[in-house]
Each structure stands twice: as C-alpha cells, then as structure tokens.
Design a protein around this ligand. Structure first.
Ligand SMILES: [Fe+2]
Length: 82
C-alpha cells in the first residue's frame, strides 16, 4: 500500500491509519521507548481535531507530537514518495 500509485481507497485509508496504533503496540513493552509512545500514537492528530487516532484538538495534542508532525511534513514535501 505504501508503494501504491494514486489515491488509497477508503478501506486502504482505514488500514493505513492503523500504523499509529500498531507502532504504539509494538513499542509499549519496550522500556526504552516509553518517552516516544505519545509521539507514535499522536503524530497524525491535527490542531483542528480532524486527525487520528483520537481526534485530539489544539493543546491536547502532545507537544513533541506537534514537533514531529512538522518534521514529517517537511520530509514528505522534500522527498520522493508514491
Ligand atoms: Fe505516520
């Protein structure tokens, strides 16, 4: 799905959105990852509440997740992606 050209179907989009929960689940038992779990879970939340997985809004989005989002968007804009 990551290499698919063109838009994702609604079903593919729902599967893709699971990556934040899968990443959180993988890292949850790892002591060394405890500090980054909120970033993993919330890096696709949006200031207006339209993000996922929890629809957090404004300051409810963890600060480091907001910072990571800027880095992620910069990477998306400056690197080749399908
Ligand atoms: Fe992501």
């Amino acid at each position: 799905m990551l290499l698919k050209k063109g838009k994702l179907t609604p079903e593919e989009w729902e599967i893709m959105k699971q990556h934040v929960l899968i990443g959180e689940k993988i890292c949850q038992p790892l002591r060394s990852m405890q500090g980054v779990i909120p970033i993993i879970r919330h890096h696709h939340e949006r200031w207006d509440g339209s993000g996922y997985p929890d629809g957090l809004k404004g300051e409810k989005v963890p600060y480091l997740a907001q910072v990571f989002q800027i880095i992620d968007i910069y990477d998306a804009l400056t690197s080749e992606r399908p």
